[in-house]
Write a protein that binds this ligand. Structure first.
Ligand SMILES: Cc1ncc(COP(=O)(O)O)c(C=O)c1O
Length: 374
């Protein structure tokens, strides 16, 4: 049996007529960029997440850039982010002229915590970007504590992997000053190309970001300031609106698969499982990431048994060639460094069958049995 890492073909076939109609509507109206469909999607996502404003844009990297720029981030400012995220989180900081400052993460949740934040030099730090990695909510409420080190700095949530994740009944996207989403095709809610959005309850911030993404204009040929072209395509908005109806069910399917993985893999020595959801948190399992010292051997074994896996991410950002000139002291990222050698993402996607999942679990058991036997 083959188990892919994700099966978008299956997802799209299951809703083919709805998608065809939405795309056909764009073609018939020659509606392609930042129009009624983008507005409709923004309103629909705002209702889904229970937030005031959603500003659609070209992708999740754009969303981070627009959020940081709209908050006034620029040269001379520093922004703290976790060492183990996708490079878009740090790139967007550099794009504004500010400096990314890496911090280590919590060994259980993989997320940035106030103590990780406190461990960095706080000089000129204007903001912090906790990433809800793998769809597991970072405790933004802990950052919002008035006594926290963060007081007076901006809190930006990177929710690219966490559409619909919740803390105490609230969507995580609504918990930061501004949060960002990626609709890269493989995300929990994915477009058929690039798309992204920022989310905020602050109308002035949303208006500013909306003008920024569209050449700094509020009307066709009137530019308050120089902006950029980071608009969302109508085709992507139309596709995303169709898919958004399915997102709550897809997230539940991911959560059921995660519960099943957890039950079946529990107690297997040599293997650690993702953190369980704590009281009040709802994770959406963009990825199901296990840890083992035998990661590379297990990945190769699973591949031989038809199971696709991934590593998110194999090289912590401070070790990347593009940041090496900063000569980072890697001992400051001990948790991220250690995890990068141990993490393995197993297949998890809403259309995954129990038979496929059992195949993955059995192959993992056989790997560890085989190891015991030798
Ligand atoms: C944590 C995180 N932040 C930002 C991004 C950037 O999103 P995009 O690829 O849509 O630019 C991604 C997506 O890959 C991501 O996983």
């Amino acid at each position: 049996m083959n188990v892919p890492f994700i099966d978008l073909g299956l997802q799209h076939e299951s809703m083919r007529h709805e998608l065809d109609r939405a795309i056909d509507d764009c073609i018939r109206h020659s509606a392609f960029i930042q129009g009624a469909r983008v507005e409709a999607f923004e309103e629909a996502y705002a209702a889904f997440a229970g937030v005031r404003r959603v500003v659609g844009c070209g992708n999740g990297t754009d969303a981070l850039y627009l959020a940081l720029k709209a908050l006034g981030m620029g040269p001379g400012d520093r922004v703290v982010l976790p060492a183990n995220t996708f490079i878009a989180t740090s790139e967007s900081i550099s794009m504004t002229g500010a400096e990314p400052v890496f911090a280590d993460v919590d060994p259980i949740t993989n997320n940035l915590t106030p103590s990780g934040f406190k461990a960095v030099d706080g000089a000129a730090v204007k903001g912090v970007i906790p990433v809800h990695l793998y769809g597991f909510p970072a405790r933004l409420d802990e950052f919002l504590n008035p006594q926290s080190e963060l007081a007076g700095r901006w809190l930006i949530g990177d929710a690219a992997q966490a559409h619909g994740a919740k803390i105490d009944g609230q969507d995580v996207a609504g918990l930061a000053t501004v949060s960002t989403l990626s609709f890269f095709p493989g995300k929990n809610l994915g477009a058929m190309g690039d798309a992204g959005a920022l989310v905020t309850n602050d109308d002035a911030l949303a208006d500013h970001a909306a003008a920024l993404r569209n050449h700094g204009r509020r009307s066709k040929y009137f530019h308050d300031f120089e902006g950029v072209n980071m608009r969302m395509d109508e085709l992507q908005a139309a596709v995303l609106t169709v898919k958004l109806h399915h997102l709550p069910r897809w997230n539940e399917q991911r959560r059921s698969l995660a519960i099943r993985y957890r039950e079946k893999l529990a107690g297997l020595s040599g293997l650690s499982l993702p953190p369980p959801e704590t009281e009040g948190t709802v994770a959406v399992y963009h990825l199901f990431v296990i840890e083992t010292d035998q990661r590379d051997a297990l990945a190769a074994w699973l591949k031989r048994h038809g199971v696709a896996t991934g590593i998110h991410y194999p090289h912590p950002l401070p070790t990347q060639p593009c940041y090496r000139h900063e000569n980072p002291d890697l001992s400051r990222f001990a948790v991220s460094m250690n995890k990068s050698r141990r993490i393995l993402s197993l297949p998890i996607f809403p259309e995954m069958t129990w038979q496929q999942q059992d195949h993955v679990v059995e192959a993992i058991f056989r790997f560890f049995d085989d190891k015991k036997a030798h």
